[in-house]
Ligand binder design. Structure first.
Ligand SMILES: [Zn+2]
Length: 194
């Protein structure tokens, strides 16, 4: 549905700041906050009818918009909120022990160094694990359980986080985000994109 489509918002310097829904995008357009458009796709939103002319109002929203007054964003020291949904997306819904792909409800958050061993609940100490591997590992560190990680956990950067938080990302939005992520990012390996 068109109304589910998210618009990628940039600051006026052209750096991605996050997703907005179409209502917020309409508001930005109407308040003349859109400095320029960057996407190649657009969504036509129809509003109410004018009582005098009976003409229906229309707003054409671009898929990527740079806006004024978006506020300052610190891109270097940013730690996104850790939650299972984003963690599973970071690991592309693959168990980081057996390497198999699973659905969300078959996955769990594994603490590499268990909390009982002083491990912390932070991005660099958590991986996506299937329930079977998580049970097999028990409360032990991977080497004690004789289990090896297939990839290293990482803290998503701000742009990687925006990518992970996206729903129904359009091709032009994906391309734009990818162009703002260094080629050395583990995201490329996780998603097998080059
Ligand atoms: Zn597994």
């Amino acid at each position: 549905m068109i109304t589910q489509q998210q618009i990628l918002r940039l600051n006026s310097a052209g750096r991605p700041t996050g997703w907005i829904n179409y209502q917020d995008a309409v508001r930005l357009y109407c308040n003349d906050q859109v400095s320029y458009e960057c996407g190649t796709s657009s969504l036509l939103i129809r509003g109410g009818h004018n009582r005098i002319t009976n003409k229906q109002s229309k707003v054409l929203l671009n898929s990527i918009v740079a806006t004024r007054n978006v506020g300052k964003f610190d891109y270097s020291s940013f730690t996104p909120t850790l939650n299972n949904e984003t963690l599973f997306k970071r690991d592309n819904h693959h168990c980081m022990y057996c390497g198999q792909e699973f659905t969300k409800k078959e996955l769990s958050r594994d603490h590499i160094i268990p909390l009982s061993h002083g491990g912390r609940d932070v991005w660099t100490n958590v991986v996506t694990a299937c329930r079977r591997c998580n049970n097999a590992k028990g409360g032990k560190p991977p080497e004690d359980a004789d289990m090896l990680l297939i990839a290293i956990p990482f803290i998503p950067s701000r742009v990687e986080y925006i990518l992970l938080k996206g729903r129904k990302i359009l091709a032009d939005q994906m391309e734009f985000l990818m162009s703002h992520i260094p080629k050395s990012s583990p995201i490329f390996e996780r998603y097998k994109i080059s």
